[in-house]
Write a protein that binds this ligand. Structure first.
Ligand code: PLP
Length: 431
């Protein structure tokens, strides 16, 4: 029996898990013991963390690497002649190379180090402004996170552009049949998510990239929910620019990247100014440093760059293919058990192989916020709300959904705890 089974009665008919040890046959939880936060209790119960799509937990090796940076190497980068500054700069640049290798990018200059996926997408949109003319079109999709929608809305408003969107089908997929009409000879940019943070849908990025490129449009991919969870190879996707955050793939907060082809990055104008992003400055003029430093104004989050390679090491130790298999197994199991509860609407494709490791659902009898609060009382952490995708929730006809999302440390026991928690919430509300 797990400690959780002891704390709560094991659900009827479900065999208790033999343990949470690495690779447990029954639960499949991986590397759980390497995530110290998972040892803590919440409201006197073992924590069941099902909110990895918002942010994943951090393994000991990442926490240790960040602490080690402050203990042993702390200095500002790129501008010091002393040993610590050289060490900090090495760590910062090593992270760039490591991210490049992880994504199959050949040149480190193709990796821009920023503070988040949001910052990367803002750079993509803002950086392209000077190349766009009134009446030019941007194509987004109906399942974008606000981070890959609002920067394009703001850009369209400022530059007089036309913003179009590829709709979402009732099955939670992109309506690719509409693509030929929506891609026109005025389409300059196509911006889409790789994996929807609400529907879980994995979009056929390479296919959309090919269609967009035939029209001469540049493609920006939001890979916030895919990097570290499914194999992502920048060259294979064929995109021009790709954004993601370290914190969603077991890395530290405050760090994100914009990866691009040399040609696409060369088209971008910086959107933040100051610090080391310049080559020369006079009292009334400035020239920019080379790519990527021209996009990295100000003091970066060096400690996070010192720590992130340890997260990528963990992913590669297990292999992203194995992590993906694990998430498919958890998602399939969760889909089955949530469906069996009855009365819930589950959003997105039913096939776990066609979706990322998350499920959003709603119970018409129970507000998602109430549900999340009662789950929290049972130690189960899920997210509730619009998940920064208001237009998509409008399309789904609900104001809010609850979302359970998985990481390598999750187990089938965690899914069982979610199911028991939902039963408990329903009993509290008498539904
Ligand atoms: N894109 C998607 C699909 C996301 O799920 C998120 C975060 O939830 C983001 C972008 C923004 O990431 P960040 O908040 O790390 O900038």
């Amino acid at each position: 029996m797990t400690s959780r089974d002891q704390a709560l009665n094991a659900p009827a008919g479900v065999e208790p898990c033999a343990g949470q040890r690495d690779g447990c046959e029954r639960c499949g939880g991986l590397a759980r013991e390497r995530f110290p936060i998972l040892r803590r209790a919440v409201h006197g119960l073992p924590l069941v963390y099902l909110d990895s799509a918002a942010t994943s937990q951090k393994p000991e090796q990442v926490i240790a690497a960040e602490a080690r940076y402050y203990r042993e190497h702390n200095a500002n980068v790129h501008r010091g002649m002393h040993a610590l500054a050289a060490e900090a700069t090495d760590l910062y640049e090593q992270c760039r190379r490591r991210v490049g290798r992880f994504l199959g990018v050949t040149r480190p200059e193709q990796v821009v180090t920023l503070r988040s996926a949001t910052a990367a997408l803002n750079l993509a949109a803002g950086g392209l402004a000077h190349r766009l003319r009134p009446g030019d079109e941007i194509l987004v999709t109906g399942m974008e996170h606000h981070a890959n929608l609002v920067p394009w809305i703001a850009l369209a408003r400022r530059e007089g552009l036309v913003l179009r969107h590829l709709p979402v089908t009732d099955g939670g997929e992109l309506d690719l049949g509409r693509l030929p009409d929506l891609l026109t000879d005025r389409t300059r940019v196509v911006a889409l998510t790789h994996v929807s943070n609400v529907l879980g849908t994995i979009n056929p990025v390479a296919e959309i990239v090919a269609a967009a490129h035939r029209r001469g449009a540049l493609v920006v991919v939001d890979a916030a929910q895919s990097v570290g969870h499914l194999p992502v190879n920048f060259a294979a996707l064929g995109a021009d620019l790709l954004a993601f955050s370290a914190h969603k793939c077991y890395g530290p907060m405050g760090l994100g990247f914009l990866v691009g082809t040399p040609e696409a990055l060369a088209q971008l104008e910086p959107v933040e100014f100051g610090g080391e992003m310049i080559e020369t400055v006079t009292m009334d003029a400035a020239t920019w440093a080379a790519v990527p430093l021209r996009f990295e104004a100000g003091t970066p989050h060096v400690a996070a760059t010192a720590a992130f390679p340890a997260a990528l090491d963990l992913v590669e130790e297990y292999t992203v293919e194995r992590l993906r298999t694990h998430e498919i197994s958890l998602t399939g199991y969760a889909w089955e058990r949530l469906s069996a509860l009855g009365g819930l609407t589950l959003h997105g494709p039913a096939d776990p192989a066609a979706r990322g490791g998350l499920i959003s659902f709603h119970d018409p009898q129970l507000h998602a916020h109430d549900l999340a609060q009662l789950l929290d009382a049972r130690g189960v952490a899920v997210r509730a709300g619009h998940h920064c995708a208001q237009p998509l929730h409008r399309r789904l006809g609900v104001a809010a959904t609850a979302r359970a999302s998985f990481g390598l440390y999750n187990s089938h026991d965690d899914v069982d705890a979610l199911i028991e928690g939902i039963r408990y919430a329903r009993s509290v509300f008498g539904t």
